[in-house]
Structure formats: structure tokens, C-alpha cells
Design a protein around this ligand. Structure first.
Ligand code: 5GP
Length: 184
């Protein structure tokens, strides 16, 4: 019964198969792009931005065939439930220095771009060798600032999506596909 009502409430936008294929392709691209610097002895640090990117990051890193480390950034964006204000609080900071390392930030979605703009500025002050961005989703219709996305999963329309790590009021993160809340 619960399964039935969940299916009625959430319409599939991207299936698990579509997501898997795209994320594996991104992993292969990242492997190719970083293999020279890793061979030269530089550390690749993958930094998921919590909470929303945890599922994407877990799949993405398993598609990266290189030695690498992970650090986590927790952020809270001040704003209403569905729109960020660009004022970002870091709720969990990196535990190791990223100085001289190649940082790959992993986001669930770039919407207005304000969160990523803040994070890129913040990371730059820590003197990494490079910073690149992998984002599972991009909603260009709502962009307020342009931020570079080096590895993009999918571009989507202006709809509020849940599943594959993304929430609505902290729910639905465990849904294995990407969906749209019909009454959300
Ligand atoms: P931005 O600062 O780019 O506007 O916001 C990015 C953050 O807003 C994302 O990391 C995510 O937490 C949240 N967000 C933006 N659009 C959506 C959406 O469609 N669904 C969900 N669940 N979160 C979203």
C-alpha cells in the first residue's frame, strides 16, 4: 500500500538505468582527465557536498579507476524550503588540507548557482592545485550566477526533483531514481 501511494506521488524523470549509464560515463571521463596528474603524484580529493550528493558521489567514485581520497563538506543554505539565498553556512568542514591537491567538488544540483559560487570562492582560499565541479543535475532556467560545471549528469527543466539523494523536507533521499513530486 505504501509502495502504491509512493508511486502515485512521485513521477519518474530519470530511471535508475539512465542514471547508472550516465554516472559511469562521467567516472570514465574523470579517470581519463586526472590520470596524468595522479601518475605525477598529485592527490585527487573528491569532496561531496552533503547531504544531497551522497548517493551520486557513492556511485561516481566507484566509477573512478584511480587512487583518490575523500573529504566531506556539509552546507546549509539559508532560504525558504525550495530556494537558496546564497548565504551558506558550512556545517561540516574538510578534515584534511587540500593545499596542492586536485579537488573535485560533487554536488547534487546546481540551481541558482549561488551555493556553488560560494563554495568555489571558499575553496580557492585554501590553495588547492585545481578545483573542478561534478554536478548530477543542472537547472539552467533558474541560474542567477554562472558557475562552471566540468562534469554534468543531466540538464533538467524547472521542476522540483527528489530521489537519488535529493530530498523534500528530508524525505525521499532513498528513492533509487529521480522523480518529480506531483503535489510538491
Ligand atoms: P543553488 O544554490 O544552486 O540554488 O541551490 C543548490 C541546492 O538547492 C542544491 O544543493 C539542493 O540542495 C537545493 N535544490 C535546488 N533545486 C532542487 C530540487 O529540484 N530538488 C531538491 N531536492 N533540492 C533542490
Amino acid at each position: 500500500m505504501a509502495e502504491q501511494s509512493r508511486k502515485q506521488a512521485i513521477q519518474t524523470l530519470l530511471s535508475t538505468e539512465q542514471i547508472h549509464a550516465r554516472v559511469q560515463a562521467l567516472g570514465a571521463q574523470i579517470t581519463a582527465d586526472y590520470s596524468a596528474s595522479v601518475e605525477q603524484g598529485r592527490e585527487l580529493v573528491v569532496v561531496p557536498v552533503l547531504k544531497g550528493s551522497f548517493v551520486f558521489a557513492a556511485d561516481l567514485v566507484r566509477g573512478i579507476d584511480l587512487p583518490m581520497t575523500m573529504e566531506f563538506l556539509g552546507v546549509r543554505s539559508y532560504g525558504d524550503e525550495t530556494e537558496s539565498s546564497g548565504v551558506v553556512q558550512i556545517t561540516h568542514d574538510l578534515k584534511r588540507s587540500v593545499e596542492g591537491k586536485d579537488v573535485l567538488l560533487v554536488e547534487d544540483i546546481v540551481d541558482t548557482g549561488l551555493t556553488m559560487q560560494y563554495l568555489l570562492k571558499n575553496l580557492a582560499t585554501r590553495n588547492p592545485a585545481s578545483v573542478k565541479v561534478a554536478s548530477f543535475l543542472h537547472k539552467p532556467a533558474r541560474a542567477k550566477v554562472e558557475v562552471p560545471i566540468d562534469y554534468l549528469g543531466f540538464t533538467i527543466e524547472d521542476v522540483f526533483v527528489v530521489g537519488y539523494g535529493l530530498d523534500h523536507a528530508q524525505q525521499h533521499r532513498n528513492i533509487p531514481y529521480l522523480g518529480v513530486l506531483e503535489n510538491g
